[in-house]
Design a protein around this ligand. Structure first.
Ligand SMILES: Cc1cc2nc3c(=O)[nH]c(=O)nc-3n(C[C@H](O)[C@H](O)[C@H](O)COP(=O)(O)OP(=O)(O)OC[C@H]3O[C@@H](n4cnc5c(N)ncnc54)[C@H](O)[C@@H]3O)c2cc1C
Length: 383
């Protein structure tokens, strides 16, 4: 199924590592972890030791330096086993890449080595707030600069919402407004290690799906951090986050394709028992859509590997892959008959897990908006 692409040795290596984790560690525990809402910290640390938390991070900092296509291939394989644990891996890779791209040498030494060695199970990405999701630039959290004995620091206050791996991550990429009178241009990005005074998780959210991932709010209450916690320039934090999300959308695409793979596997197993033509039709339709989705994902990943602009292609990939996976998991529920309807059955879990992929890292409506905006930009510049 990965055969529409000739993988190089490094990509093949990532695929084999990820498949092994998926089959041996994630899949056997996914159903029980879903019911008990348990976060697989040990498995994530093992993934870190195997390089899977820094797939596209340079080897110099402990990553695999394997590129974005390798990352997509790895995410797809892992998500077949457990999409919830995979989202923690994805956010960690996204934050690690942002640290490598925008961070100082000290940031890279301090954080990347810990993330890529498995010392920490995850990193966190704190952009959303209660009341500020799609319109992230309307965030209310503030980071006010203070000067004491010629030492610059920032005092942060506010609440970041829906933080994947909240309370579990070793470091968080956090946005707040250094200039609250501005929109996106007033936003700065900071790296805040867990355990920093005034920066605490709330109780985990109760979720419909992806229950093996832990999601909390992270509350900033007079959290004072040194100026060197700034990632990138002051006032440029929004572009740090948007850049990260372009890559993140490739990860969500691959995650959705992995869940579609798992749903197709269930349908094929059922077809072995009962070869009815309607089930065959559902499988054929799903197979074609799954492969089309994967090609869109690979196109976006390959553009990123080439250092090319990918905003529109990443959005096209995300909206198509996640909506495709929604349809395929629904077909699995339908094709399995009463077994599909069983609470805590495999098909039902996949259907629940996939729903949020149309929401996080930009909803389907926002992806369509980005695709249209980018198309109009091209149209105008061609005139
Ligand atoms: C399980 C989970 C994990 C998450 N993990 C993280 C994380 O790690 N870090 C993080 O920062 N965030 C995270 N999020 C937050 C996620 O990114 C936001 O939920 C998402 O961006 C949508 O924002 P919202 O929930 O505020 O919905 P809203 O923005 O209020 O949107 C509600 C509805 O209105 C639609 N809508 C909004 N604006 C428009 C528009 N202009 N045009 C058309 N329709 C529109 C949306 O598409 C949606 O259907 C996570 C969310 C979930 C559920």
């Amino acid at each position: 199924m990965y055969s529409m692409l000739q993988l190089n040795d490094l990509q093949e290596n990532v695929l084999q590592r990820a498949l092994q984790f998926s089959d041996e560690l994630l899949a056997p525990e996914a159903a029980e972890r879903d019911q008990t809402e348990s976060f697989a910290a040990d498995h994530l640390k093992s993934m870190g030791r195997a390089g899977l938390l820094g797939v596209n991070v340079s080897q110099e900092y402990g990553g695999l330096g394997a590129g974005v296509v390798a990352y997509a291939v790895g995410v797809r394989a892992l998500a077949q086993g457990c999409a919830g644990t995979t989202v923690a891996m994805m956010v960690t890779n996204m934050v690690a890449e942002a640290i490598e791209k925008f961070g100082s040498e000290a940031h890279k030494k301090q954080y990347l080595t810990h993330l890529c060695s498995g010392k920490w199970p995850a990193a966190g990405f704190c952009l959303s707030e209660p009341g500020s999701g799609s319109d992230a630039a309307s965030m209310k959290a503030t980071a006010i600069k203070e000067l004491d004995d010629e030492q610059i620091s920032y005092r942060l206050n506010g609440t970041k919402a829906w933080v994947t791996s909240g309370g579990e991550a070793g470091v968080y990429l956090v946005t707040a407004k250094t200039d609250p009178s501005q929109g996106a241009r007033g936003v700065s990005a900071f790296l805040i290690p867990s355990g920093t005074e005034g920066f605490n998780p709330t109780a985990p959210e109760k979720k419909v799906g992806l229950r093996t991932s832990k999601t909390t709010q992270m509350v900033l209450e007079d959290c004072v951090i040194d100026a060197d916690a700034l990632l990138g320039e002051e006032g440029r934090g929004f572009s740090v986050m948007m850049n990260a999300l372009d890559g993140g959308r490739i990860g969500v695409s691959a995650q959705a394709v992995g869940v579609a793979d798992a749903a197709l596997k269930l349908m094929r197993r059922q077809y072995d028992l009962r070869q009815d033509s309607e089930l065959g039709r559902l499988i054929a339709q799903s197979q074609a859509e799954r492969d089309a989705a994967w090609l869109l994902c690979l196109r976006a990943a390959s553009l990123k590997d080439q250092g090319k602009r990918l905003t529109q292609q990443a959005s096209m990939s995300k909206v198509y892959c996640t909506e495709m996976a929604g349809r395929v998991t629904q077909r699995a529920v339908r094709g399995l008959g009463s077994a599909g309807h069983q609470a805590h059955g495999e098909a039902e879990r996949l259907m629940r897990d996939v729903r949020v992929m149309r929401i996080y890292e930009g909803t389907s409506e926002i992806q369509r908006f980005v695709i249209a905006r980018e198309e109009l930009k091209k149209h105008r510049s061609a005139r």
